[in-house]
Structures are given as C-alpha cells and as structure tokens.
Design a protein around this ligand. Structure first.
Ligand SMILES: [Zn+2]
Length: 244
C-alpha cells in the first residue's frame, strides 16, 4: 500500500519556514475506513514520542469534516474524522493553536533533557507533553529543590540567547559517534541509516520525529512546577511555559 508523505518531516527549502510550520495543505484520499481516511500527504502529526496528535479540519468541494485524532499504526497514518469526505481531493487545516503549543513544549523538552544530561548526567527515560503542562522522567537522579531551580535557570538562559533550532538529516554512524546516550540509539531500528536530528545550540543533539520551533526564543519562559519520585533514582519533573 502506498504510504503517506509526511510534510513536516521534509527538508526546509531555502528561506521558507521549516515545514513544521505548515498549517494548510492539499491532499488526496487514498484509503477509507469505517471512521478514518488515509491521505497521500499530510501535515497532521500522529500521536507518538510523547507528543499528542493534531486536530483540525478537512475541506472538500461542498463539505468539511473535523479531524478528531491522528494515529499511526504499522506505519499507516490514520485521520479519524467525524464525517467521510465525499470527494478525494481535500484541503487540510491544522488547529494551529494546539499544534504550536505542542511545538513550544516539545522544543523545551529537548532543551531540558539536554541540559539535565549535561549538568546531572540524568537520562530522559520518558516524557509526555501537553498544550498546558508537560513532564519528563529522569534517571538516575534525585533532584533537590536547588537542582530544579538550576535547570529552570539554565533553560531560560539558553532561551534568552535566542539560539536557532536546527533540523537536519545525518548518517547513523555519525550520530552514534557523537551521541552519549547509547540507550537512546538502541531504540531506533538498525535498518534506519539516515536520522532526522534536532539540535538546540550546545544544549541538545538528538534524533527525533516530532515537530519543533525554529528558535528557542519562541518558547517564552520555562517554569518548573516540581518533581515527584517515580521509584528508585527516577524523578518526574513537571513544567509549564509562560509567555516571553
Ligand atoms: Zn523532538
């Protein structure tokens, strides 16, 4: 079965904004299920990697449907809709407020994970972002209140520097030579030889398939809300974002 071209994963062209900023697109319906459709191309993010799915609408000549969820199953991206399009040619519009909140949260997660690794050698073993607050699980670590203040301070320092977020492809071998967290690389199937890398200045360098900002300044300000112990040497840190 033909796959779906994932538009936000494509390479940035010239002076265009990164395709993560694509809010609208045209596509063809290539498969119809009882409550979902598959498109030949999409800008909708399918739930995964701690980032929630996008919502939005699909329009066609004479009608429109809500995109309620987007899920990826065995490589197939399904748009769950409240109504079946009566045409194959559709125009998708991503709910930008929700998606942009996820991009801010996701990019700050990279920043915090990278800094916590550099300062405390704490690895990120899980994360879940939401539009209003997010959490990251770190291990091995037992953060003090002072440590959390330091993380917050370091994050906001990088944000204030206005460093660019780079998104690019790199050979797996080069990534393996550079990355310190081996467990992270082991999660990526060996068959994948080219990786999409997200680099946040000197703070983070990490393979990732999510959607990100172009500059850390767009994050605003990080506020760490606290931590909860999740068992032996594992801390769950919760944070929110404030406007710049
Ligand atoms: Zn990411």
């Amino acid at each position: 079965m033909p796959g779906t071209r994932v538009l936000y994963m494509e390479e940035r062209r010239g002076q265009d904004p990164d395709p993560c900023y694509l809010r609208e697109f045209d596509a063809q319906v290539i498969e119809r299920g009882p409550d979902h459709i598959v498109l030949d191309r999409t800008a909708f993010y399918a739930e995964g990697g701690g980032q929630p799915y996008d919502t939005g609408i699909l329009r066609w000549a004479g009608g429109e449907a809500k995109v309620l969820r987007v899920q990826k199953e065995k490589g197939v991206i399904r748009h769950i809709v409240d109504r079946m399009p009566s045409a194959d040619a559709v125009h998708g519009v991503v709910d930008w407020e929700r998606r942009y909140a996820h991009m801010r949260m996701h990019t700050s997660q990279h920043l915090m994970s990278g800094l916590a690794f550099r300062i405390f050698a704490a690895r990120t073993v899980g994360n879940q972002i939401h539009a209003d607050r997010s959490r990251i699980d770190f291990q091995p670590v037992n953060f003090t209140a002072e440590d959390l203040k330091r993380i917050e301070h370091e994050c906001n320092g990088v944000i204030a520097s206005g460093v660019a977020v780079r998104i690019f492809e790199e050979d797996r071998v080069a990534v393996e030579n550079r990355i310190e967290d081996r467990a992270l690389m082991d999660l990526i199937p060996q068959s994948i030889r080219r990786l999409r890398i997200i680099q946040v200045g000197a703070a983070d360098y990490c393979p990732c398939g999510g959607t990100h900002l172009m500059n850390v300044r767009e994050i605003g300000r990080v506020r760490v809300l606290g931590k909860r112990s999740k068992g032996k040497e594992t801390d769950r840190v919760e944070y929110e974002l404030l406007p710049a």
